[in-house]
Design a protein around this ligand. Structure first.
Ligand SMILES: NC(=O)c1ccc[n+]([C@@H]2O[C@H](COP(=O)([O-])OP(=O)(O)OC[C@H]3O[C@@H](n4cnc5c(N)ncnc54)[C@H](O)[C@@H]3O)[C@@H](O)[C@H]2O)c1
Length: 310
């Protein structure tokens, strides 16, 4: 399939890996990114970068000139603690930004949109693994803007017939990850081990998360844009469906680095969820996607990429 795609946030962590896969598939890719957290250096030379804010009121003119087949919308305010301190800015970027993108889509005949949602929409779930039909109880404004984004897409689909896929990522890790945003524990620990600095764990380290490699997430993003019509207009978890404790993560990173750094334990943080894992059954059966990267290998790649840059 020869697609012309726009990727918002394509200079960021997940976006740049996804753009790499799109270029490999032979797609024409335009990136819209204001480079607030993304880097020009992340951008694949086969893609075209337009440095622009998703809130820009000339966005529709760009869409009108370019005539995109589909949109992957990743640009966002991504930090949960920042959303608690600044719900107004979180709402501006994550909701008004989304609506500006959707209006540009509607006015220029874009047929399909995929967006990055998050496990943050679930809050503290009643049982594990979390399935897509469970109640949404976000515990942060970030989680709230993500679940509201999904509702906007559902209504755009109903009213304006723009197909959508919303992908609720678990904790994404891999090369080019920053320390902020979600899932930062891997990059923080990796940097500490590489720099031989102490690692700090909140609580006893028995808390678990579902760590998914960025290349697998990038693959899900591409598949969402080409999935058959029978598999769209819905949300999917993108996860490994495996629980890994923070202590096990530290041990795996030590192994990858051939080191034996011991974590230091601090009191648990209020409101932190103890266990988390997302079911990936829907994505596996309906999108035909599955996670391919074993955690130990993905952590090894992450460690070596960070080590090289020190
Ligand atoms: N990393 C994770 O574990 C994770 C988990 C769940 C969901 N997500 C979601 O995935 C998406 C990508 O996250 P990421 O981890 O790659 O973060 P990132 O910060 O690396 O990427 C975000 C990109 O968006 C750009 N951007 C931000 N605000 C913008 C604006 N107003 N206009 C234009 N560009 C803007 C940034 O410059 C950056 O390149 C986000 O929507 C995030 O909420 C990430």
């Amino acid at each position: 399939m020869n697609l012309k795609v726009v990727v918002t946030g394509g200079a960021g962590f997940i976006g740049s890996h996804t753009v790499d896969k799109m270029i490999d598939r032979g797609w024409e890719v335009v990136i819209i990114d204001n480079l607030s957290t993304g880097l020009r250096a992340n951008v694949n030379i086969g893609a075209r970068l337009v440095q622009m804010d998703i809130l820009d009121n000339t966005l529709v003119e760009l869409f009108s000139r370019e005539k995109f087949d589909c949109v992957l919308h990743l640009a966002a305010q991504t930090a949960v603690p920042y959303s608690i301190e600044h719900p107004d800015i979180d709402c501006q970027v994550n909701l008004l930004g989304l609506v500006n993108v959707m209006e540009a889509c509607r006015k220029t005949g874009v047929k399909r949109v995929a967006i990055a949602s998050s496990a943050a929409v679930y809050g503290d779930a009643a049982s594990l693994p979390i399935t897509e039909d469970m109640e949404l109880k976000p515990g942060s404004f970030y989680g709230l803007t993500k679940c509201t984004s999904e509702k906007y897409l559902a209504l755009y689909s109903q009213i304006y017939h723009i197909d959508y896929v919303a992908l609720r990522y678990a904790n994404v890790y891999g090369e080019r990850q920053g320390d902020g945003g979600e899932g930062g524990v891997v990059s923080i620990f990796t940097r500490k081990i590489a720099e031989e600095q102490p690692m700090y764990v909140f609580g006893d380290g028995g808390q678990t998360r579902d760590f998914i490699y960025v290349g697998d997430v990038a693959e899900a993003n591409c598949q969402a844009l080409t999935a058959p019509v029978s598999a769209v207009n819905r949300v999917y978890n993108v996860s490994t469906q495996t629980q890994t404790s923070v202590n096990d993560l530290a041990a795996l990173l030590n192994k990858a680095a051939a080191k034996s750094a011991k974590p230091n334990y601090l009191p648990a943080r209020d409101g932190d969820i103890y266990h988390s894992t997302l079911s990936n059954k829907a994505a596996v059966t309906l999108l035909g996607w599955k996670p391919a990267m074993p955690l130990a290998d993905g952590l090894g790649r992450t460690y070596h990429s960070i080590k090289e840059k020190l």
